[in-house]
Design a protein around this ligand. Structure first.
Ligand SMILES: Nc1ncnc2c1ncn2[C@@H]1O[C@H](COP(=O)(O)OP(=O)(O)OP(=O)(O)O)[C@@H](O)[C@H]1O
Length: 792
């Protein structure tokens, strides 16, 4: 409205705009609202219900549409539609063959072909009696057949002779008489005849049309393949892109592997025995086959790619593995393409809490089930080629552990990588980098874990009923300090190959992995390089959970998953680099022999960061529980001492030049039973090899030479005194030192350990063999103090 316009003018202008006419109102003024139905009206509320109902219906329909049986039915229907032209040709061939078979049958019947064949066989066999009997049968059969024909003809003639005059008479009466003038019964006869005639006029043309169809169907049935049933209609075919798997297809695939005893078995008409018939198993099909004589599951596993090709699958989708026996093949074949899809979002990414005693969601198994990976009571070794998902997998496990407010987490990254940076607020120890101080901190962490393990052993032993291991109940008793303690080391090969700390770290890790399980202490190791040089053999042998992302060869495969796994068909070598990123082969994480896991991925790259919010939630969980981030470095935790194997071995050699390994083991067990009881030759050689010593043969016995031990002690001492010098290995062999020179082992090290942790007194110092301290091979008594000084 313009300022100079009065309201009345404005109203009439508005009326003119909407096209309404100005009218003068008479009568009562009613209060109401003008509704202009040319303008958009609000939807009536009642419409919401049908929409919701429609949505419900469409959801139900889409659920049914995507259900397993429906998918199978759709797949069959689509497959049959594609095959329709071939099916039509096949049916026509059946019709032709059916007619041919009928002709053959008629010919055999007409010519007594079977009886003639009998007579011929009897003649060839020289059986005159049988021949005569067959010929007699032909003759009598022929006589009977002609007689039957004669009788039938005669009956026909009689029928025609009787029926023809009756028909003629009826026609005559009908043509000369009107129905109304007939006797009622005669009129009824004619009405009945009329009805029969009308039925015939409809039925006969119909039959004339139907007869050829019925003939064709009957002929097709006669000419069908004689294999039972109409299974061919729903039988899978390798050429079909959506094909599923059944026993017939597996047998056919196995028949073309080129395994000689298997080929012979098939040639001799053998049929494979399926101890478990092909059945749907998660996102694939599982079958178990008892292989014939001379064939092992390993032989089939060795031809995996051929088997995959025969089944119309990718190698990665085909998993032939050894069953309970060598002669039993477990075969799992993935549905086409399912492994290409990732596992989806981590179930705990937005909400949820974890009890590490129940495990952590890790990924989807080949069966499409969520794997709750165990953490307590196991250690993990994760490996694979660079960039395939090791750190992401380690992160998932640690994220899970972080969501348990009782868990304490330590992380060491032996390289410059921000992969675990967001974890920092939730970590009790975190070091990342390439420098020596990180390796030292990680080694110290392993030593502290051992200390903690021994303390926990003592605490457990003092509990009523002496529980064998840490349980959730015990872990919840805060005063005991038995909470879960998870230590992750990424790129751990850098630590184990570290020139200065590598040997020590390896030795500590081995001991921890062997004995830490019961005490709620978990070691998670990730590496690019799972060779015997980069990861101690005892580590690969003793970890319970092995995870292999795409690896290059059998050595790496078996290094991560355990020896013999490659031969048994459990192969991460089949995982394609980059294409199968995030997918791994894992052993020990479920009761299955192996799992093909599509790992959950919690993004932390390229600006996407779902890790930080999870850690914020984890910290909030701890605060909500009225706790603080757990730390085993609490002052009240009194550390148990850590054994120094080299010094102990040196001590039990008692100054002898060479001592048999068996004698060393006996002496160690006698003198420090808590540490050495149960030690085997392998433990001893592992402890020695960590210092570059190998037992040698002398008079047919394995012995340890005192000079080797002394050299190793001297070497170690030098390493400690001159931390920046080049590794001993690059400096050649040290000149041998006499034991009398008495190297000051482990003396006066700078303190860097956990408060409260202290070294176990060495054997030598504990035994105080010689008060003067100068007996051959004896060690200074003050070394214990030296260690305490270092660690305190
Ligand atoms: N489970 C997964 N699902 C999908 N993508 C993944 C998954 N795991 C890893 N990736 C992808 O692979 C990339 C590399 O992952 P990650 O850093 O964990 O590999 P890595 O093996 O630790 O590599 P490196 O050896 O170089 O440290 C990630 O940035 C991510 O894009």
């Amino acid at each position: 409205m313009t300022p100079d316009q009065n309201p009345e003018e404005h109203d009439s202008a508005a009326l003119a705009r909407t096209g309404a006419r100005e009218v003068e109102h008479v009568g009562p003024v009613l209060d109401g609202e003008l509704i202009d139905d040319t303008l958009p009206q609000p939807r009536p509320r009642t419409a919401a219900r049908p929409v919701a109902e429609r949505q419900r219906w469409s959801q139900a329909v889409s659920r049914v549409w995507r259900s397993g049986p429906m998918v199978r039915a759709r797949s069959i229907a689509a497959y049959r539609a594609r095959k329709a032209p071939a099916d039509v040709v096949r049916l026509m061939w059946f019709v032709l063959r059916g007619n041919g078979r009928w002709l053959m049958k008629f010919w055999s019947w007409a010519t007594y072909a079977d009886l003639r064949a009998d007579a011929r066989r009897a003649r060839l066999a020289g059986d005159a009696e049988a021949r005569r009997a067959a010929q007699e049968l032909i003759r009598s059969d022929a006589t009977a057949r002609w007689a039957k024909l004669g009788i039938a003809l005669r009956r026909m003639v009689i029928t025609v002779r009787v029926a023809a005059p009756v028909a003629a008479l009826l026609w005559l009466v009908d043509s000369v008489m009107d129905r109304a003038d007939m006797w009622p019964w005669l009129a009824d006869v004619y009405t009945g005849l009329d009805a029969v005639w009308s039925a015939l006029t409809v039925a006969v043309p119909l039959m004339l049309v139907m007869l050829p169809v019925a003939w064709a169907v009957a002929a097709a049935f006669e000419g069908r393949d004689r294999t039972p049933g109409a299974g061919w209609l729903v039988r899978p075919n390798r050429d079909d892109a959506d094909s599923w798997i059944d026993e017939r297809m597996i047998s056919k695939a196995l028949a073309h592997l080129g395994i000689t005893p298997l080929d012979k078995f098939y040639r001799d008409g053998g049929e494979l025995m399926y101890t478990v018939a092909a059945r749907k198993d998660g996102d694939g099909t599982f079958a178990q086959v008892r292989l014939p004589m001379g064939v092992t599951a390993d032989m089939v596993a060795a031809r995996r790619s051929k088997l995959a090709a025969n089944l119309g699958r990718a190698s990665l989708e085909t998993w032939p593995t050894k069953g309970d026996e060598d002669g039993v093949l477990d075969l799992w074949i993935a549905d086409k393409g399912v492994l290409r899809g990732g596992a989806g979002a981590w179930p705990l990414v937005h909400e949820g809490q974890v009890d590490v005693f129940d495990g952590v969601p890790f990924g989807l198994s080949q069966r499409g089930l969520v794997i709750n990976a165990p953490l307590i009571g196991v250690n993990w070794l994760i490996g694979g080629r660079p960039g395939q998902g090791k750190s992401a997998a380690l992160r998932t496990l640690l994220l899970g552990a972080a969501l348990d407010p009782t868990a304490e987490l330590w992380v060491f990254v032996m390289g410059e990588s921000p992969d675990f940076e967001p974890f920092e607020p939730r970590l009790s120890r975190y070091r990342m980098g390439m420098d020596d101080s990180v390796a030292e901190a990680a080694t110290q962490a392993l030593a502290d874990l051992l200390t903690e393990m021994e303390r926990r052993g003592k605490v457990l032993g003092e509990q009523p009923g002496r529980p064998p291991k840490v349980s959730r109940k015990l872990a919840d008793k805060r005063g005991l300090g038995l909470h879960p303690l998870v230590c992750g080391i990424d790129e751990c090969h850098e630590l184990f190959q570290h020139p200065k700390f590598g040997k020590k770290a390896a030795e500590l890790a081995v001991r921890l992995i062997k004995r830490g399980r019961k005490y709620g202490i978990v070691l998670l190791l990730a590496t690019q390089s799972p060779t015997k040089d980069s990861i101690p053999r005892e580590v690969t042998r003793n970890v319970a959970c092995g995870v292999a992302f795409s690896v290059a060869d059998q050595v790496a495969n078996d290094g991560l998953l355990g020896s013999g796994k490659y031969a048994a068909g459990i192969r991460a070598t089949e995982l394609r680099i980059n294409t199968d990123r995030g997918t791994c082969v894992a052993v020990g994480i479920t009761d299955e022999t192996f799992e093909l896991v599509r790992g959950f991925y919690v993004p932390f790259e390229d600006g996407a960061d779902d890790v930080t919010p999870v850690i914020a939630r984890a910290v909030a969980l701890i605060e909500d529980a009225g706790r603080a981030v757990e730390s085993s470095a609490l002052p009240e935790i009194e550390a148990a001492p850590v054994a120094d194997h080299l010094t102990d071995i040196d001590a039990v050699m008692d100054g002898e030049r060479r001592v048999r390994t068996q004698v060393i083991l006996t002496r160690l067990a006698q003198q420090v039973p808590g540490e050495y009881e149960g030690w085997t030759f392998r433990d001893l050689t592992a402890a020695l090899s960590a210092h570059g010593i190998a037992p040698v043969k002398s008079d047919g016995n394995k012995v340890v030479r005192a000079e080797d031990v002394a050299a190793a002690l001297a070497n170690r001492e030098r390493d400690r005194r001159e931390p920046d010098r080049d590794p001993a290995g690059s400096q050649g062999v040290l000149p041998g030192k006499s034991l009398n020179q008495n190297p000051c082992v482990d003396q006066g090290q700078p303190g860097s350990g956990t408060p409260g942790a202290r070294r176990r007194p060495t054997l030598e110092s504990g035994r105080k063999r010689d008060s003067t301290g100068d007996a051959p091979g004896s060690l200074p008594h003050d070394q214990d103090d030296g260690h305490r000084g270092r660690d305190d």
